[in-house]
Design a binder for this molecule. Structure first.
Ligand SMILES: Nc1ncnc2c1ncn2[C@@H]1O[C@H](COP(=O)(O)OP(=O)(O)OP(=O)(O)O)[C@@H](O)[C@H]1O
Ligand SMILES: [Mg+2]
Length: 508
């Protein structure tokens, strides 16, 4: 099959002050293919794609679209060239319907004409289309679908998706990938950015790897694997094994007793009981939205419970506010799923962001500052944060590096209990393993860790025990060394532990 070239980049360069975000990048994209763009956090992926979508102008090099040299000076230029990008933060209007959002803006036409056209388009690609549904009532996956439909409606046949799966459940990602395959098979060109190597291997035809702003390789997906891709990204072989140090069990730290939490729809958690010791990582597995968020937030004092008990070192903290919990001398850190607005201030530099959370008790402003600077430097080194230095405003960091600052700060503030929901979302492979190491080190220091996870392999390798939630109920708690993915899967879909074990026995 003869493929037509959609995009070609030659020697593209972009600098921000002293940072060369892109430096001599080559890339080509054909119609009828999905190209994965892979690279560590801060390697320049978003910057490069922003030049294709008209947000930034290159400082050097050339961009060709459909074989023609192109100057993309604005998002409008990009649209005219058929290039559309779905950004990580959606740009839809919440109070509008799907149809209104798609048609909104210059050149959208009338709603009546558009409805028929979009219906036909969705029919052709086999996409779901619910024109009258309001965006605020949609799941993240549905919103993303509307973003893609909007681009297609505006004539884009070159689609760029920046970490679309970072916010999706595995089920929603599967739906997205089915859509992308249909688009590819109908001749569209797609670039996808994702940090999940399994996704790169599943969806892409070729992979272009960026390292420190340079394109270091482009390989056919069928001819590579996770280890080789990681080596290309990092520049040296990397051990992709998670260790599970055995720790002498410290006494019980946290005991949850028959915790029941209600929300608008009914029960968010029902009769959940477990205990967590210092020096232990307890994983929580479950399909998204089956009570994980409520569990974390109730323990952290951010949500009210209907009934039950939360004992920290024997004291009942249920119903106490976060400030109250701190006043009682209980040190816990909570890294929630939704990390924006989680106490990082974008215009402030990394050191000042450390100061926000910790060192309140250090004597004197100079000592506080020195301690905060030391912490900033330690985190920058340990998590390899791509930044000119600790004085850089957080706003100027890449998405993943912002997250590293937050994670590093919360983990290094030496809590006794650490609650963390999906900590490696948006982080590159290499950094994800650095985070697992940090968690293990905390565990070895006697910290009790509640780890809400989604990747079953990681839950099985990292955690000591795994609690499985299904629709707000605890289906059982298993020893991570003994259980299997199948058993976890059965429990996640509603089998209690004993049933799951019987089911597994029958299958064997
Ligand atoms: N507006 C800006 N001002 C200053 N520096 C910037 C700006 N935008 C990006 N950078 C820097 O450029 C580099 C590349 O950032 P970019 O966002 O392209 O990385 P990325 O590969 O998308 O990373 P991630 O996987 O974390 O999203 C980083 O060092 C970042 O700090
Ligand atoms: Mg990015």
């Amino acid at each position: 099959m003869v493929r037509l070239e959609a995009i070609r980049l030659e020697q593209v360069r972009k600098t921000f002050g002293t940072v060369a975000a892109n430096d001599g990048v080559h890339l080509d994209l054909q119609f009828g293919e999905v190209l994965a763009l892979l690279g560590e956090n801060g390697s320049g992926k978003t910057t490069l794609m922003n030049m294709l979508s008209g947000i930034y102008q290159p400082d050097g090099g050339a961009i060709y679209v459909r074989g023609q040299r192109a100057q993309i000076r604005s998002p409008r230029d990009a649209r005219r060239l058929g290039v559309g990008m779905v950004h990580q933060h959606f740009k839809l209007v919440d109070s509008f319907t799907a149809l209104e959002n798609i048609v909104l803006g210059p050149g959208g036409g009338t709603l009546r004409a558009a409805r028929a056209k979009i219906e036909a388009m969705c029919g052709e690609f086999g996409f779901p289309f619910r024109p009258d549904q309001r965006v605020r009532d949609m799941s993240v996956g549905e919103k993303q679908t509307v973003e893609i439909q909007k681009l297609l409606y505006r004539g884009a046949d070159i689609l760029i998706l920046d970490e679309p799966t970072a916010v999706l459940t595995p089920q929603e990602s599967a739906v997205l990938f089915a859509m992308l395959r249909r688009l590819r098979d109908s001749g569209q060109a797609v670039i996808i950015i994702t940090h999940k190597l399994s996704e790169v291997l599943e969806i892409s035809d070729r992979v272009t790897v960026l390292r420190r702003g340079r394109s270091v390789a482009t390989v056919p997906t069928a001819e590579t694997n996770a280890a080789r891709l990681t080596e290309l990204m990092v520049g040296r072989p990397v051990d992709l094994k998670i260790s599970r140090p055995a720790c002498p069990q410290a006494p019980e730290l946290l005991r949850i007793q028959q915790l029941t939490v209600k929300n608008e729809e009914g029960y968010a958690l029902r009769d959940v009981s477990f205990s967590l010791a210092g020096g232990e990582i307890l994983g929580v597995a479950g399909i998204a939205g089956c009570g994980q968020k409520e569990l974390c937030e109730t323990i952290a004092g951010l949500q009210k419970a209907e009934s039950g008990g939360i004992l920290f070192d024997g004291q009942d903290i249920l119903g106490h506010s976060p400030a109250d919990i701190i006043r009682r001398g209980i040190s816990m850190s909570f890294i929630p799923e939704d990390r924006l607005g989680m106490g990082l201030v974008a215009p402030m530099n990394i050191i000042d962001n450390m100061l926000l959370k910790t060192f309140r008790h250090a004597r004197g402003p100079l000592l506080r500052r020195a301690a905060a600077r030391a912490m900033a430097q330690k985190i920058i080194a340990e998590l390899e944060i791509a930044t000119p230095g600790p004085h850089t405003p957080v706003r100027q960091l890449s998405g993943g590096n912002v997250q590293k600052v937050l994670l590093g700060r919360e983990i290094e503030s030496n809590p006794r209990l650490l609650i963390t929901a999906y900590p490696v979302r948006g982080l590159d492979t290499h950094t994800s393993f650095a985070i697992y190491d940090l968690l293990n080190r905390q565990k070895q220091n006697g910290v009790g860790i509640l780890f809400i996870g989604e990747d079953l392999d990681v839950l099985l390798e990292l955690c000591d025990r795994v609690l499985v939630l299904c629709r707000g109920e605890c289906m059982g708690i298993v020893d991570a060394r003994q259980t299997t993915k199948e058993e976890l899967g059965l429990m996640m879909t509603g089998s209690r532990l004993q049933q799951a074990q019987r089911g597994k026995g029958a299958a064997e």
